[in-house]
Design a protein around this ligand. Sequence first.
Ligand code: ZN
Length: 294
Amino acid sequence: MKKLIIEVRMNEAARKEANPNVPYTPDEIVADAIACGEAGASMVHFHARNADGSESNAVDDYRRIVSGIRARSDVLLHPTLGQFFDGSGPDQRMAHIEALAREGLAPDMAPLDTGSNNIDAFDWQAGEFIGDGAVYVNTGANLRYMAGRLREWGVRPQLVCWSVPNLRLAAAFIAAGLAPPSSFTTLVLSGERALVGHPATEAGLRAYLDCMGDQPMEWGVLCGGQEIFSLMPMILREGGHITAGLGDTPYASLGQPTNADVVRAIAAVAREAGREVATPAEAREMLGRQLQPA
Ligand code: ZN
């Protein structure tokens, strides 16, 4: 059976108050990423954070993270683009990726969220919206521009789909040569408070898969705000991959786990179902290569 790529969603905006093992500083992210690789992860996704947990867009933090992990692990590196609520343009959002690429430290992958989405959550018990009406804007022009820059730098896009229309755009990007065949395509599911993804149920995932058809993509499932275990039998059976970690939810069913503990738990379930985990080298092979610069 196809091997399973486990990507770790290391921190996102999660807080240590929820689980003290959420990594914030570059040193914490480096140590955690190396442990995750040893536990069976082949890719890590991270947001640079300051010691107080606030978001960092400092190139130096990303440099320390990338060079620190590369010195001791060959896991694929997938930093965020960040800065999406302050009106930053695509060049600002990719400034750290560009700086790293120019220094010969290009990460393996960077995210392209293939569509714009309303991101307010909803508290069903209180009957109230959480948030002030924010929209995560990803215009077609900006996405095409960013895809071109990533191609220039030899960085693969991860096509992040929050809904079926986003998946259709991702498929169009591959067809148009803006993203390579076998692109890692993330299907976003979200717990009941976050309305932006498909429901974190088999029906929510089924809707993506029914619409995906035989598109040339390697797909993974992201489950925001909820543990991924209940969906694993379907993901494993259908040939998908997994992108999960303390950035999504504290994974309290495992006690107070580290990201590496979450990876070990996912890998154990996968092996039980007959899917061995992919090494970073095998993940690179499965995901093919970025297109040559245009
Ligand atoms: Zn992220």
